[in-house]
Structures are given as structure tokens and as C-alpha cells.
Design a protein around this ligand. Structure first.
Ligand code: ZN
Length: 255
């Protein structure tokens, strides 16, 4: 196995992960993405480039700001590591063009899942970025537009039906419109069949997580359940384990 391309794509992904951290922090606050430059959220000191190296700076500074020694969130290196790994995996399993577009799409998903987890909101600009990547992928011949259409159809209709049923039984909204928009781009990317599996897995993970949190922190009927992170994790698991999952479902259905 050639390690150099894998390490190179990991580094590229980690650098982009650093920018994802900026997006996660600034998008919900509606701050400019470019100005001011990176600064410590505690003491507002500017972070020079040599203290802003993904993962490495965090390790060297032992998770503390170099100016005020306040702790830096573990979220920063974690997002960089996750995005680096996703990029390395994409370039390891896909051909370059497909790898690039899949990696970009995955980075958009990571960003919006993280923002949804923190704020229960999904920025529309990320959905639009996702749509752009899908359109490019169709023109590049990586996605078939019929599958994109029916996938988007399933990705919108099934969550809408789930939302309707939730409202009917609990009189609460359950999912938000952001989840419907996310369903649109995930369905378009995955196609209808995988979208159904992704929704099923996401609901399963979500309910399990909700029950676990309720056991630890006590039962709260009104505890919100961000759906996007589970949907994104299910989608990426499906993308990366596609052949394995198809095999498993074939076996399962033939039993
Ligand atoms: Zn500081």
C-alpha cells in the first residue's frame, strides 16, 4: 500500500477540517467567515499561522491558548481528525474525481451535522453547496439523474411522512424543515434504496441515543433529538461500506 497519497489526503482533509471549525463557530452566529482572522474565543488574541496548524498545534499547546492559557475545545482537533480520515478513506477507495467530489460532499455533511448538533439548525447555504456538488457529479457522470430524482423524492417524502405521524401522535413537530432539506440532498446522493436504509439506521441510532441519554440524565419528554448527525453518520457508513451492506442485505433478504 502506498502511504504517501493517503497521508497527503489526510493532511488536506485536516486543513479543510480547520476551516470547518471556523464554519461551525461562525455560521450560526452569522459572522463573516474571512474577517477577523482566527482568534482565541476567550482573550480574542490573534492566532498566528504557526500556532494554527491542524491537530499539531493543539497537541503542542496541550489544548490551551498560547496567550491566555484557557482551554481550547477538543472539538477543534476532533473535527480535523474526522475530516482528515474521511478524505483519506475517500481517496483510498474511489477514483480521483469521485473521491474529490465525495470528500467535498462529506465535508459539507460533517459541517451541517455538527452545527445541527450544537444549534438544532441547518444553514441553508450548506444545503445549497451540497446541491451544487450533486449537480457537478451528475454532469461528471458519477450520479445518474433518475436516481438523483427518485432519491431526492424519497429523501423528502419519507421524513415528511415521519414528521406528520410524529405530529399526529405526539402533537409535537419532531423533525425540523432543515431535516427535510437534508433528506433532499442525501437522497439525491444515495438514491432511493440507500436513502431508505439510511433513514431507518438514523432513526434506530437516534432512538438508541435518546434512550441512553434518558437513562443517564433522567427522562425528559421534551428533550430535543437532533436528527441530522445520525442521518449523516448513517449516510457516510453506507457510502463507505456500500458493497458490504449490499452483500449483507442480499443475504438477509434471501434467508
Ligand atoms: Zn486566549
Amino acid at each position: 500500500m502506498a502511504w504517501i497519497p493517503i497521508i497527503a489526503t489526510f493532511i488536506l482533509g485536516a486543513i479543510l477540517g480547520s476551516f470547518i471549525n471556523v464554519l461551525i463557530y461562525r455560521m450560526p452566529r452569522e459572522e463573516s467567515l474571512w474577517h477577523p482572522r482566527s482568534h482565541c474565543p476567550h482573550c480574542k488574541a490573534m492566532i498566528p499561522w504557526f500556532r494554527n496548524i491542524p491537530i499539531i498545534s493543539f497537541v503542542i499547546q496541550q489544548g490551551k491558548c498560547a496567550s491566555c492559557t484557557q482551554s481550547i475545545s477538543w472539538q477543534y482537533p476532533l473535527v480535523e481528525i474526522i475530516n482528515g480520515c474521511v478524505w483519506a478513506v475517500c481517496f483510498y477507495i474511489f477514483i480521483p474525481l469521485q473521491a474529490g467530489l465525495t470528500a467535498m460532499f462529506s465535508s459539507v455533511l460533517i459541517t451541517l451535522a455538527w452545527i445541527d448538533y450544537k444549534t438544532m439548525m441547518i444553514p441553508l447555504s450548506l444545503i445549497i453547496t451540497g446541491i451544487c456538488i450533486i449537480v457537478i457529479s451528475v454532469f461528471a457522470g458519477l450520479l445518474v439523474w433518475q436516481m438523483v430524482f427518485w432519491g431526492a423524492f424519497a429523501g423528502v417524502l419519507i421524513p415528511l411522512a415521519m414528521m406528520g405521524l410524529t405530529y399526529l401522535f405526539t402533537r409535537r413537530q419532531g423533525m425540523g424543515w432543515g431535516d427535510i432539506q437534508l433528506g433532499l440532498i442525501l437522497g439525491a446522493w444515495l438514491g432511493p434504496w440507500f436513502m431508505m436504509i439510511a433513514l431507518f439506521l438514523a432513526a434506530l441510532f437516534g432512538i438508541l441515543a435518546w434512550i441512553s441519554i434518558s437513562i443517564i440524565n433522567g427522562f425528559d419528554r421534551n428533550r430535543p433529538l437532533p436528527f441530522a448527525p445520525y442521518l449523516v453518520v448513517s449516510t457516510m457508513a453506507l457510502l463507505f461500506c456500500e458493497s458490504w451492506v449490499v452483500l449483507w442485505f442480499d443475504k438477509f433478504l434471501l434467508l
